[in-house]
Structure formats: structure tokens, C-alpha cells
Design a protein around this ligand. Structure first.
Ligand SMILES: Nc1ncnc2c1ncn2[C@@H]1O[C@H](COP(=O)(O)OP(=O)(O)OP(=O)(O)O)[C@@H](O)[C@H]1O
Length: 240
């Protein structure tokens, strides 16, 4: 579904955020993107979403080159993707229902379809009873559920989540992860950038680790830290 070939990104100020990245992500997979702050995770995500373009290399999404794509084709690309952010980014003046409906309105879905589909996704995320409330009347976990409902309402092939549990307490974070896994089991590809070590270690999905703009580790059923590094940490603890 996604292929990156020798992708590098240098921002106009000269900072190289990604260097020579090669990766292939299959349809239906669940991928954690980990790495220290400033490693290049958000840049990786922005390239997928075509918010940025690479300075070198090629990116193919569902057979289309994101590098050669014309600006006017970008909205069509983004319809195939749902994005979830750490800070939810809901529209404060709109109700839960309208926040989700709005995502369908912008892609010009017929009203009848909107009235059918929005209650369906609100039920899926467990918010059918809160449809008429405003974001400020919801807990953080509930707000993140709204943002997930909004991300999936147009049935995208890919969900990109940038630190979706970053503002949530551990239990709420677990609930949000259950929801994302459920969406993944229905066939949606999920790419999630995170610093949440416990979540990555508990779920044992593919882990792509980025450091200094390069992929330093890519493991199926991986963990947050390199196993060898963990052994070394244990030895160090024993020694002191
Ligand atoms: N628009 C920009 N212009 C210039 N430099 C940028 C820009 N965006 C990011 N960078 C730089 O590129 C590098 C990678 O940043 P990026 O945001 O991709 O890291 P990250 O892994 O997502 O970090 P975090 O975990 O803190 O979100 C950093 O050195 C950052 O300062």
C-alpha cells in the first residue's frame, strides 16, 4: 500500500529530517513509529499525508506517486486517509454529531448518507448518547473518540495517528488502543507515531524505529526498545 524509496527530506532552513528512508507497508498492517523527539516521525507522517514532499526519493501510495501528484489531486488522496492527532483538533463550535458529519460534508457526501453513517460510527466509538454535546463537555478520551469517528467516517484505507494517546491517562489510552485495533481488524491500515512504551510493548505489532532521520530498526512483533539495548540496561542495573 505504501512504499518509500530512498526518501530524504531537508527543510528549507537546512535541517535534514529524514535521510535515505526505504520502507514498505502492506495493506491491513498495524505499524508503530517510534524514536526520540526530533527523530523525524512527524516528518514521515507529513510526507504520507502530502503535507510535505521529499527533497529526494519516491513515495508510492496505492500505486500513485505522491511526489509527482499535482496539487489539485491532493484532496482526493486525503479522502483515502484519516488523521488522528494528540490534541484532538475538534471544531469547538460544533457538536459531536456535527464534527463527524462535517468530515462527510467536505467530501460532498449526500445528506441521506451522512444521516445514516454518522450515528453508525458514533455507536462504534461508544458515543451515540453524546451526539449533541460540544467538545468542551467531553473528557479527553471522549474527545479522542470523536476524532477517531471523524477519521473513519469516510472509510479510509489508512489511518495515520500522531501520538493519539499522548494527552490521555493510561486506562483511557488503553481504551483508545482497543478501538484502533478493532478498526485495524476490519482491514484499515494504521500507522501510529508514539512515545508510549507500555502500549508498544503490550501490543507487539510491527515497530519501525527512527533515529536521526534514519530507520534504525524494523521488526515484526517488535518492542519500544531494541531487545539488545534492554539486555544491556539490565546488565548495567545489576552492576551498580
Ligand atoms: N517545518 C520545519 N522546518 C524546519 N525544520 C523542521 C520542520 N519540521 C521539523 N523540523 C526538524 O526536523 C527534525 C525532525 O522533526 P520531526 O517533527 O519530524 O520529529 P519527531 O520525531 O516527530 O519529533 P517529536 O517526537 O518531538 O514529535 C527536527 O530536527 C525538527 O526540528
Amino acid at each position: 500500500m505504501i512504499q518509500m524509496f530512498n526518501v530524504s527530506k531537508t527543510y528549507p532552513n537546512g535541517v535534514q529530517a529524514l535521510a535515505n528512508v526505504n520502507v514498505r507497508i502492506q495493506k491491513g498492517s498495524f505499524v508503530f513509529l517510534v524514536g526520540p523527539s526530533g527523530a523525524g516521525k512527524s516528518t514521515f507522517i507529513k510526507l504520507l499525508f502530502r503535507e510535505e514532499t521529499p527533497t529526494e526519493g519516491q513515495i508510492i501510495f496505492n500505486g500513485r506517486s505522491l511526489v509527482r501528484m499535482r496539487e489539485k489531486e491532493v484532496p482526493q488522496l486525503r479522502r483515502q486517509m484519516g488523521v488522528v492527532f494528540q490534541d484532538f483538533r475538534l471544531l469547538p463550535q460544533k457538536t459531536v454529531y456535527d464534527n463527524v458529519a462535517f468530515a462527510m460534508e467536505v467530501v460532498e457526501s449526500p445528506g441521506k448518507m451522512i444521516r445514516y453513517r454518522v450515528p453508525q460510527v458514533l455507536e462504534m466509538v461508544g458515543l451515540e448518547k453524546k451526539a449533541n454535546l460540544y467538545p468542551h463537555q467531553l473528557s479527553g478520551g471522549e474527545q479522542q473518540r470523536v476524532s477517531i469517528a471523524r477519521a473513519i467516517v469516510n472509510e479510509p484505507a489508512l489511518i495515520i495517528a500522531d501520538e493519539p494517546t499522548g494527552n490521555l491517562d493510561p486506562q483511557t489510552a488503553t481504551d483508545i488502543m482497543d478501538l484502533l485495533l478493532q478498526i485495524n481488524r476490519r482491514g484499515t491500515t494504521i500507522i501510529m507515531a508514539t512515545h508510549a512504551r507500555d502500549i508498544v510493548d503490550a501490543l507487539r505489532q510491527r515497530v519501525i524505529a527512527i533515529e536521526g532521520g534514519q530507520i534504525v530498526r524494523d521488526e515484526e512483533r517488535g518492542s519500544y526498545k531494541d531487545e539488545r539495548e534492554k539486555d544491556w540496561e539490565k546488565e548495567k542495573d545489576k552492576g551498580t
